[in-house]
Write a protein that binds this ligand. Sequence first.
Ligand SMILES: [Zn+2]
Ligand SMILES: [Zn+2]
Length: 373
Amino acid sequence: MIKQYPETTKIIDKVKFILFLFSISLSIYSQEKSFKNPKNTFLIGTDLHIHTVFSDGFVWPDLRVDEALREGLDLISITDHLEYQPHKTDIPNPNKNRSFEIANKYAQGKGLNVVLGAEITRSMPPGHLNAVFIKDANSLLHKDSISGIIEANKQNAFVFINHPNWWPGRPNGIAKLEPIHKELIKKKFIHGIEVVNVGLSIEALEIAIENNLTILGTSDVHGIANWEFEQYGGHRPMTFVLCEDNDINSIKNGLFRGKTMVWYKDIIIGKPENLLPVINSNLEFSQPFYIKNTKIVLVNISNLSSIPFILNYRGQYTLHEDDKVFVIPPKESIQIKVKTIDLVEKIDMNFEMLNAIIGKDKYLKFSKILNIR
Ligand SMILES: [Zn+2]
Ligand SMILES: [Zn+2]
């Protein structure tokens, strides 16, 4: 036993106290990540469409920071409407950067990036567009509906089409582009489109793929996030950006390059090249082996993510005691038994993930060849 002198004990107590405070701050501000990062890649959780009392939202900007931290987000943009100011009598809001400034100051040192954004709010066409990573929201306010978009681009903003299926502009709920959108996309003034804004639009996903726009999912939250998304699987729609580094420039760059995956309810949506690395890092196969005296191979499959994996086995065999479609619950493992007819050395784990959407009626396919022990 080591004798502790009173002074040493005091220091140890101090260290313990600091560690205790640190653990409290971590428990407040960190949340277990919903997906394990792919190798050499950061999965940055973002919400690029958020309102506060500074437009038609119901909460103060600080609360948006606390909500985002509780949900494990890494970056948010406060995107209050520029033109639509229903709380103007009580909150005159002459400086359109103000909601960002308040949120950004409050977020300092808490592990959340807040970037300046704005919702350019016009009737269809062109409808509502968000500009994020802007430098000054005030200079985006113009009489006509196009100058603000051009100004946002002068500020090197990332600009995207909001809720293209929203019924006031699209009574049939079908997202479609107007000639002005096509022109702005051609000029590279529009870079992305909301495929999920509160809810999913499969037509918007088709538009994103056809026009090489970045696939986005946002909350467009106006009230309290927890209450609004209780019925949507308990979390807001998020866009994960696949980045080489966890800094603002890499995130912005990733958005421009279309390196995104949307998480909505229990579904993930994106281009196959972005979903595949996430599946690879979140789905683990054990080394298969034959059950003694049988031609039945046993494989454990583990799901490391926070969503269930709904898998459709597409291999050449049939499964023993199971249908080819099965679910691996979040953070759980299941066992499948494959009837190989003959004794084989390798087995092709060929699947379609039915809750990984890559297009209209298209789901992510992947396969992995495993050596049998
Ligand atoms: Zn809007
Ligand atoms: Zn909005």
